[in-house]
Design a protein around this ligand. Sequence first.
Ligand code: GRF
Length: 217
Amino acid sequence: MADRLGVVVLISGSGSNLQALIDAAGDRMPIEIAAVVSNRPGVMGLERARRAGIPAHVVDDREFPDRAAFETVLRERIDRYRPGLVCLAGFMRILTPETVLHYAGRMLNIHPSLLPAFPGLHTHRRAIEAGCREHGASVHFVTPDLDGGPVVARIRVPVLPGDDPETLARRVLEQEHRLYPAVVDWFARGRLDCRDGAVVLDGRPLEAPVDLTGIGD
Ligand code: GRF
């Protein structure tokens, strides 16, 4: 559909955030998920794509001699769909600057922490071990700096007494499913931009990430 933003979603696993985007796209959001690409075969996210009638591809990084060769094929696969936006949704490979810069200003990632706190892996365990009373999720534009690109919006989630990494992850993931579609919707409607490394929403540079805690309650 010409009035919808074409989106390619990159995954590595379960794809529950992909599902949230699929559901929102069907409902109300002016996007068309043009394709899903996974770097792992056989994952649930590929099944979700197929069920929704979305072309699903595997580009398995383990089949390539190096990162450059893998990403050449990955970019070729993505670009075939000419997406206006590329969403990383549980995509567990670090991308080289060449690929990230190729999609500058049109690649988003969702990360399970209140960035800039806890970039990288095992965020839930690290937040508990650090004694945080609050944890959450962030959506940011992707730059060559791992989990360090400009943050668009976040949702805060309390760390409850007795939480372990699994219970906390579950509660954060529920909120991720609200956060990612909200931000993608802004982008699809032309409200969101990344200029000179700064996030611009509705024509104004953001001074701080938007706090979407409570959205959808
Ligand atoms: C999410 O917590 C996401 O923030 C992180 O990996 C997880 C992916 O979950 N990057 P899913 O595949 O979307 O279910």
